[in-house]
Design a protein around this ligand. Structure first.
Ligand code: F1P
Length: 347
């Protein structure tokens, strides 16, 4: 699905022209800021995009759940692009937010969506379709990774227009080209993840930690666990631990951490140390290149080839999705049709 979403949109020299629709590149060139509006999993995809667009395109990005956005008087600076992300394109709050945005003076609207004939797509100025195919289950999985692929294309296009240097642009494009393979490698970790899933069976709660662009990935991992296994899970930026959640940590609390390589790794390791000191059971998904020696390696450590800093959030998502899936299978819940949830929330 991710390969399909990138196909015919990313060439050897970068993002291909007008993939957002006729006149799309011209409109994007005028963008001075971005508001992303979405619900659930799609909202988490938007949170990842905030890190990408702010870092590479140096544009301010606000991300908000659609159910709140439409009930407050948002300030819209000139040149702001409204981006709606929705798998179904029929989520009532997202659609209503997009309609509300029309009277708030945006530069234009962009829909990132999986269903071409949906209301959100029909009503948007620009569109970039994800090509996830039909989602069988209620909980979004490939919808999320394809949304990240689409948002990565948007981030690259904005970055290019905003003067990101050639070498970095080429390197980011190469990472994105390689994303489908990196996801395949992550999927191959399934046997190890089945073993890790067993640790959640007698448990009722779990904590997920991430930093930077991996914080939304931790949020998404915790949402998947809640949705399909009914285990209460919370996600925090790891630096927030000592501001409250650390009080929850004891030997009954599995703590899942996403540890990519990079400048935040040392900070994350000291956060993990705080968990360990309180007897929490650590399950760490760490990049192959991240030094996790000595104390850092204690607990359960699974190595992942993230394929680069840019695409790492999409790659780290996969083992967290697999973890939620296998915990749910072991608990005997219906992974495709979780209780109380609907695929498309249209009212
Ligand atoms: C938003 C969403 C999904 C979730 C569930 C309920 O849907 O929160 O992320 O998995 O299906 O709705 P959408 O706007 O992305 O279609």
């Amino acid at each position: 699905a991710v390969a399909d979403t990138l196909e015919s949109r990313l060439g050897a020299n970068g993002v291909l022209p007008n993939i957002f629709g006729v006149g799309g590149d011209e409109l994007l060139a005028k963008v001075r800021g971005v508001h992303v509006i979405a619900c659930g999993t799609s909202y988490h995809a938007g949170m990842v995009a905030k890190y990408w667009i702010e870092e590479y395109a140096r544009l301010p990005v606000a991300v908000e759940v659609a159910s709140e956005y439409r009930y407050r008087e948002a300030v819209v600076p000139e040149g702001t692009l409204f981006v709606a992300i929705s798998q179904s394109g029929e989520t009532a709050d997202t659609l209503a937010a997009m309609r509300e945005s029309r009277r708030r003076g945006y530069l234009g609207t962009l829909a990132i969506c999986n269903v071409p004939e949906s209301s959100v797509v029909r009503e948007a100025d620009l569109k970039l379709m994800t090509r996830a195919g039909p989602e069988i289950g209620v909980a979004s999985t490939k919808a999320f990774t394809t949304q990240l692929a689409a948002l990565a294309l948007l981030s690259l296009q904005l970055a290019r227009q905003r003067g990101l240097d050639d070498a970095r642009y080429a390197e980011l494009c190469a990472q994105l080209q390689a994303l489908p393979h990196a996801i395949e490698r992550a999927l191959a970790l399934e046997p190890q993840i089945v073993e890790l899933a067993a640790h959640f069976i007698p448990r009722h709660h779990a904590l997920f930690l991430g930093r930077g662009a991996q914080f939304p990935v931790a949020l998404e991992g915790s949402l998947k666990l809640k949705e399909i296994s009914y285990i209460h899970a919370e996600a925090y930026p790891a630096g927030e631990l000592k501001h409250g959640p650390l009080a929850l940590v004891d030997e009954d609390m599995p703590v899942v951490a996403v540890a990519p390589n990079g400048p935040l790794l040392d900070k994350l390791k000291s956060n993990l140390q705080e968990v360990r000191a309180r007897g929490g059971e650590l399950i760490v998904f760490a990049d192959n290149a991240a030094p996790m020696d000595g104390n850092a390696a204690r607990g359960h450590l699974l190595r992942i080839d993230a394929g680069g800093d840019f695409i790492a959030p999409a790659v780290f998502t996969v083992p967290l999705q697999l973890l939620a899936y296998h915990v749910a299978v072991l608990r005997g819940t219906d992974v495709d049709q979780p209780r109380n949830l609907a695929k498309s929330v249209t009212v």
